[in-house]
Design a protein around this ligand. Structure first.
Ligand SMILES: Cc1cc2nc3c(=O)[nH]c(=O)nc-3n(C[C@H](O)[C@H](O)[C@H](O)COP(=O)(O)OP(=O)(O)OC[C@H]3O[C@@H](n4cnc5c(N)ncnc54)[C@H](O)[C@@H]3O)c2cc1C
Length: 85
């Protein structure tokens, strides 16, 4: 069995995993050896399906909030999605 060693191993190559890899690279000044392990290739992750733009709470100082993010997400599902928190 082949073995490899890395400073950081990230599971998943969706937007969360790739963003985490970028942040590790930035925080370490490019010195960290980062590996991404994934079940499907990057272009098969759900992140690629987000056609309406990736929604997030970016500007809380302008009135954006987690609550409005949740409302927009549930509304975007035609109220078929449910809030779990
Ligand atoms: C059809 C569709 C449309 C969407 N539209 C929008 C939209 O318009 N706007 C929006 O904001 N959001 C949208 N979403 C939601 C958005 O895509 C997800 O919330 C987001 O992509 C999640 O990112 P993620 O990195 O957490 O997960 P994913 O992109 O799902 O990535 C998960 C990764 O984990 C890997 N993985 C899973 N299991 C294992 C395992 N056992 N071992 C190793 N790797 C594993 C997978 O291979 C994958 O790379 C949509 C989702 C879908 C399905």
């Amino acid at each position: 069995m082949d073995r490899t060693a890395h400073d950081v191993v990230i599971i998943g190559s969706g937007i969360a995993g790739l963003r985490a890899a970028i942040e590790v690279a930035r925080a370490s000044g490019g010195k960290a050896d980062v590996a991404i392990v994934t079940k499907v290739q990057a272009m098969r992750s759900h992140s690629v399906s987000a056609e309406g733009g990736t929604a997030a709470v970016l500007y809380p100082e302008l009135g954006d909030s987690f609550e409005s993010h949740v409302f927009d997400t549930v509304k975007g599902s035609d109220y078929l999605g449910t809030r779990t928190r």
